[in-house]
Design a protein around this ligand. Sequence first.
Ligand code: IMP
Ligand code: MG
Length: 197
Amino acid sequence: MKINGSRILVVNKDKGCGKMLNDIQEVLITQEQLQAKVQELGKRISQDYSGKELLMVCILKGAVVFYADLVRQISIPVFMDFMAVSSYGDATRSSGAVMIIKDLDQTIAGKHVLIVEDIVDTGLTLKYLVENLKARNPLSIKICTLLDKPERRVTDVKVDYNGFTIPDAFVVGYGLDYAEAYRHLPYVCVLKPEIYE
Ligand code: IMP
Ligand code: MG
């Protein structure tokens, strides 16, 4: 089965995947494009942090798939930690108020921290996170995001590593969800409009 050139390998209708595939309007970024970009980012990050010890912070849950692929493309010593945050708001719009659901396990004072996010939309989540983590005195703090939606930005956020700049559309897959669904899809896609209605 092919959707816009991206091959879907496993369709298990018994587990509801068949229903989810019917919800897709368009594949925006294919598995092949994602894989190539992750390799490129991993190479750049490894070069930029050469000789340093890097702590990569995964922002759960959206970044988990990207993060798991990215860390395996890093060729320097890397440490892993996880944070879960929730922005108050409805399913597709963030309000700017952020709550930490799971904090880091370790202190970051004196460490080089790279935040790994799924998407920068309004920028409010990352603005809060960067300020929160900066107060813990890391040696440096940078941002790596898979996707950037600059049209929707309401606050200044300096993105150091960006996978893809995308137009103002709500996307799912490769970790990103709509109402907690579609995270497992191996590509980034746009859902049919009736799904949100
Ligand atoms: P921001 O605070 O508006 O930048 O939003 C950041 C968070 O909103 C991301 O980490 C995502 O969880 C969510 N988000 C924003 N846009 C999308 C989208 O197109 N698809 C899925 N989640 C999104
Ligand atoms: Mg999210």
